[in-house]
Design a protein around this ligand. Structure first.
Ligand code: ATP
Length: 343
């Protein structure tokens, strides 16, 4: 049963069709992440759902009710922005209670709701401070708290972690995941960071050029990408994708390799080392030792570059020769247009 339903949603900016007829159903309690490259339309789609931009075509319904033309304030959604958007002269308590006060909620109930949200977000000690007396991470938690107290039908997050440094981003990401487990609230989250998408989402929606390329659970997208774009967008470093004729020997062990198009192999399935059946000599170009894993960039005699990821530390040096083979159990094929096909 769809809780939030998008039917053929379109958005134009002048002549530019930024959102091109999107259909999507979101279940109650689901955590859905919109990802895609810069300019793909993910923020615009979120803003259409929030009611911050008018929808040009299509319908949007929430909990069985058509909200396509309803003003933002009546949609019962709460949005958390990248920029926090806190009132600088108000205390944390006043920031978190502001919307409820405006709505005329009983002050005793406001106190209860703010205290509860502050406890969940570990903000109880900071309620009398103003935003400038808080760290970036604490400010973002206040922004989330402001959304929680409203008890909305859907939480909308627009790149909420992008102003935080790397360590704080990981910590806040864990807090958001925990919050979702505790509250079970329907959530839509926009990010360009696919690690956030993979770790937070029940379902990832990959957007490109105003359209959905694929949606599914994080591991479905990783293991069974619908096309070359999704295959290379999900996963770091990106899946190696090379023309089929660039390395025929590497596929000699594959039972039914097609004759044209592209072959895709994730870095962890590119194996380096001794000569073995189907392996090809390569030159090591670069070794990145990350402690927990090693990334090795190699070049085939025909100049095709591949990246390999291994858990072991490497003794290889740039300029050295070694051999490369593909793990034949994990090979992807794409046709000339980039669509996945069964081997
Ligand atoms: P980013 O990750 O860079 O924020 P995005 O995927 O969120 O990108 P959007 O901001 O949704 O992308 O923009 C989608 C497209 O619509 C882009 O081509 C953008 O230039 C265009 N666009 C967005 N807002 C407006 C606007 N107010 N007026 C005109 N064009 C806009």
């Amino acid at each position: 049963m769809a809780y939030l339903q998008l039917k053929n949603i379109e958005k134009f900016f002048g002549e530019h069709r930024a959102i091109k007829g999107i259909d999507l159903e979101i279940k109650q309690g689901e955590f859905v992440v919109f990802v895609g490259p810069s300019g793909c339309g993910k923020s615009t789609l979120l803003r259409l759902i929030a009611g911050l931009e008018p929808i040009d075509n299509g319908t949007l319904s929430l909990d069985g009710r058509d909200i396509t033309s309803l003003p933002s304030s009546k949609r019962d959604l709460a949005m958390v922005f990248q920029s926090y958007a806190l009132y600088p002269h108000m205390t944390v308590y006043q920031n978190m209670s502001f919307a409820l006060k405006l709505a005329g909620v009983d002050p005793k109930i406001i106190r209860e709701k703010v205290d509860k949200a502050a406890a969940i977000l570990d903000l109880a000690r900071y309620l009398e401070r103003t935003p400038k007396e808080l760290s970036g991470g604490q400010r973002q938690r206040v922004a989330i708290g402001r959304a929680i107290v409203r008890d909305p039908k859907v939480f909308l997050f627009d790149e909420p972690l992008s102003n935080l440094d790397a360590a704080l981003r990981v910590q806040t990401r864990i807090e958001i995941a925990k919050l979702h487990r505790e509250l079970g609230a329907t959530t839509i989250y926009v990010t360009h960071d696919q690690v956030e998408a993979m770790t937070l989402a029940d379902r990832v929606v990959v957007l490109r050029d105003g359209q959905i390329e694929q949606h599914g659970s994080p591991l479905e997208l990783y293991d069974r990408p619908a096309n070359r774009f999704v295959a290379q967008f999900i996963g770091t470093p990106s899946m190696n994708v090379v023309p089929l004729d660039a390395a025929p020997q590497l596929l000699s062990g594959a039972s039914q390799a097609p004759s044209d198009g592209f072959v895709g192999v994730r870095p962890e399935h590119v194996l380096l080392g001794d000569v073995q059946p189907g392996s090809v000599p390569v030159t090591v170009e670069l070794v990145e030792s990350l402690g927990v894993e090693t990334l090795t960039y190699v070049r085939l005699p025909n100049d095709v570059q591949l990246v390999s990821r291994g858990a072991e530390r490497s003794r290889l040096q740039p300029g050295q020769q070694t051999h490369v083979a593909f793990d034949q159990n994990f090979i992807h094929y794409f046709d000339a247009a980039g669509k996945s096909r069964a081997p």
